[in-house]
Write a protein that binds this ligand. Structure first.
Ligand code: NAP
Length: 329
C-alpha cells in the first residue's frame, strides 16, 4: 500500500513523500481500515513543520480523519467487524494520508450506508469541535447571536452550519469577497470581510450595539483582541485555534468589567476524558446530516497523490471548507 511519509520536518511539499509501505497489522483494540477518503486539517500542516503540540517520531504519516471500510480487527475488538463502513481518527503518527491505516476501535464510528465517503471523511473533527464548543462549552441558545471567525475555513464552515441548526443568528468574518460569499451561502446572516473592514463596527451595527453572545475564534491574535470589543454582556469567547500565529492574552480586568467568559476548547482531550460524549455527539451529527441540517462543504475532491500540494494551499489560506483526498482510481 502507499502512504505519505515525513522523514524530516518542514513545509508539506518539501518533506512529504508518497512511498510504498507494508500493510499495517492491527494490535489489540485496533482495526485496520481501507481508506476510501481522508480529509485535510490545519494540524496536518503543523505536524509536517514540527509545530504541533504533540510530535510523532520520524518517519510518520499525517492525516487525522478518514472514512473507509474495516478490513481487519485486532484482538479484543467486538463492536466492529470486517466490512463495516466507518469514520475514524487514525493512530497518531500512522495517519490517514495512506491507502490503509490503523485506528483504535474506541475512535472508530459506524456511518450509515446513505452517507458518501467525502461527507463522512469531513464530518468528524470540525463538526465535533463545533458541536462540543457551541453546545457543551458555550451553552449556545436558540435566538442568540453567534459570530464565527474564518467562517469559510474548515472549522468555521462547520460552526456556521451548526449555529444555524441550533437556531442562532449567525454572523461571520472571512478574508476576501469570495470567502465572504461562501459564509453567506453556508447560512450566515451577515458576513464581513475582516481584511477590508473593521469587524467590530460591523458586529455592533448588526446587533444594535449589543455585540455577539458567542464568538467562535479559530484565528486568535489580533482577531481575539478585537473580539473582546464586540462580545455581549454575559457573552462567551471560544478559543478554538491560532491560525493567525499569535496567542493573545486575555486581560482579566476586562473580562470582569464586561461580564464575559473566555472558554478554552481542546476537542481531542475529550477522547481521553469523556469518550462517551464524542460517541453521543457522533450520533447527533449523523442525525443532523440525515435531516439535511448540516452538510460538509467539500470544496475539492482530489486524489491521494495530490495531498501534499493541497496541504500547502491550506497552509497559505488558499482553500475554503474541506479538501478531501480519495484513494480510488
Ligand atoms: N480546539 C480544537 O479542539 C480544534 C479542533 C480542530 C481544529 N482546531 C484549530 O482550528 C484552526 C483552523 O483549522 P482549519 O482546519 O479550519 O483550518 P483552515 O480550513 O485552513 O481555516 C483556517 C482559516 O484561518 C484563517 N486565517 C487567518 N489568519 C491566517 C494565517 N495567518 N494563516 C492561515 N490561515 C489564517 C483563514 O481564513 P481567512 O482567509 O478567511 O482569514 C483560513 O482559511 C487551526 O488552528 C486548528 O488547529 C482546533
Amino acid at each position: 500500500m502507499r502512504a505519505w511519509r515525513v522523514h524530516q520536518l518542514g513545509e508539506p511539499t518539501d518533506v512529504l513523500r508518497l512511498e510504498d509501505a507494508p500493510s499495517p497489522a492491527p494490535g489489540p483494540g485496533e482495526v485496520r481500515i481501507e481508506v476510501a477518503a481522508a480529509s485535510l486539517n490545519f494540524p496536518d500542516v503543523l505536524l509536517c513543520r514540527g509545530e504541533y503540540q504533540v510530535k510523532p517520531a520520524l518517519p510518520f504519516t499525517p492525516g487525522s480523519e478518514v472514512a473507509g471500510i474495516v478490513a481487519q480487527v485486532g484482538e479484543g475488538v467486538e463492536e466492529l467487524a470486517p466490512g463495516d463502513r466507518v469514520l475514524a481518527i487514525p493512530k497518531f503518527g500512522d495517519g490517514g494520508l495512506a491507502e490503509e491505516t490503523l485506528a483504535a476501535a474506541a475512535t472508530t464510528y459506524p456511518i450509515p450506508d446513505s452517507m458518501d465517503w467525502p461527507a463522512a471523511a469531513a464530518l468528524h473533527i470540525t463538526y465535533q469541535t463545533g458541536h462540543l464548543a457551541l453546545h457543551h462549552r458555550a451553552g449556545l441558545r436558540s435566538g442568540e447571536t453567534l459570530l464565527v471567525h474564518a467562517g469559510a475555513g474548515g472549522v468555521g464552515s462547520a460552526a456556521i452550519q451548526l449555529g444555524v441548526a441550533a437556531g442562532a443568528r449567525v454572523l461571520a468574518t472571512a478574508g476576501g469577497p469570495d470567502k465572504v460569499q461562501t459564509c453567506r451561502d453556508l447560512g450566515a446572516d451577515v458576513a464581513i470581510d475582516y481584511r477590508a473592514e473593521d469587524f467590530v463596527a460591523g458586529v455592533k451595527e448588526a446587533t444594535d450595539g449589543r455585540g455577539a453572545d458567542v464568538i467562535y475564534d479559530p484565528v486568535g491574535g489580533d482577531v481575539f483582541d478585537r473580539s473582546r470589543k464586540c462580545v455581549a454582556f454575559e457573552g462567551r469567547i471560544l478559543v478554538i485555534g491560532f491560525t493567525g500565529g499569535r496567542f493573545a492574552d486575555a486581560p482579566t480586568n476586562h473580562v470582569l468589567i464586561k461580564n464575559y467568559s473566555v472558554v478554552g476548547v481542546h476537542w481531542g482531550l475529550y477522547n481521553l476524558m469523556q469518550p462517551q460524549r464524542i460517541r453521543a455527539t457522533h450520533e447527533e451529527l449523523v442525525r443532523l446530516h440525515r435531516d439535511g441540517k448540516i452538510a460538509p462543504l467539500v470544496s475539492e475532491l482530489l486524489s491521494l497523490d495530490d495531498a501534499a500540494k493541497a496541504l500547502e494551499r491550506l497552509a497559505s489560506r488558499g482553500t475554503v471548507g474541506k479538501i478531501v483526498c480519495t484513494t480510488g482510481p
